[in-house]
Design a protein around this ligand. Structure first.
Ligand code: DQA
Length: 156
């Protein structure tokens, strides 16, 4: 008898969470470790994958230094099948009305993430355009900020 094809998966498909990282976050691990810690973006990705599988979620992590690329990813996230977005927009957090508009324009919930606590740093970091539209913010916990944000996304 020919081998039967694998059965269509009976597992419910896991909710997919998109994790977007903005400028300079590709340098984590070597960038100002006293502020951002020693974990690299790959380490954070591994932490998120592990927690996601415990939560029955799937994560996809991306990074770009370009504002327009982040905008494109936000705009496409729903059509790509994501249920929520975790966004560390780096310095664009404090400058980008375009990111604010994009978050308002899309239906998906966006959770703002920061390794450091911008509110305790220079005054120019106190304003967050991302935070004006995000459903939640997790900051100041180092790499753990991403994990807590993922847990909040799981609860949405
Ligand atoms: C950051 C905080 C921002 O102010 C800064 O520009 C970053 C990183 C954080 O994760 O703590 O690039 O978003």
């Amino acid at each position: 008898m020919p081998a039967s094809p694998p059965p269509a998966s009976s597992e419910p498909s896991r909710r997919r969470i998109l994790v977007l990282n903005g400028p300079n976050l590709n340098l984590l691990g070597q960038r100002e470790p006293d502020v951002y810690g020693h974990a690299t973006l790959a380490d954070i990705g591994a932490l998120l994958e592990a927690r996601a599988s415990e939560l029955g979620l799937q994560v996809e992590c991306r990074q770009s230094n370009h504002e327009g690329v982040l905008l494109d990813w936000l705009q496409r996230a729903e059509a790509e099948g994501f249920a929520a977005v975790l966004l560390n927009a780096g310095a664009y957090t404090h400058t980008s009305i375009a990111l604010l508009d994009a978050i308002r324009a899309i239906a998906l919930p966006v959770i703002e993430v920061h390794l450091s606590d911008p509110a305790k740093r220079e005054e120019f970091r106190h304003l967050s355009y991302v935070g004006m539209a995000a459903v939640d913010t997790v900051q100041g916990l180092g790499a753990q900020s991403y994990v807590v944000a993922l847990e909040r996304a799981a609860a949405l």
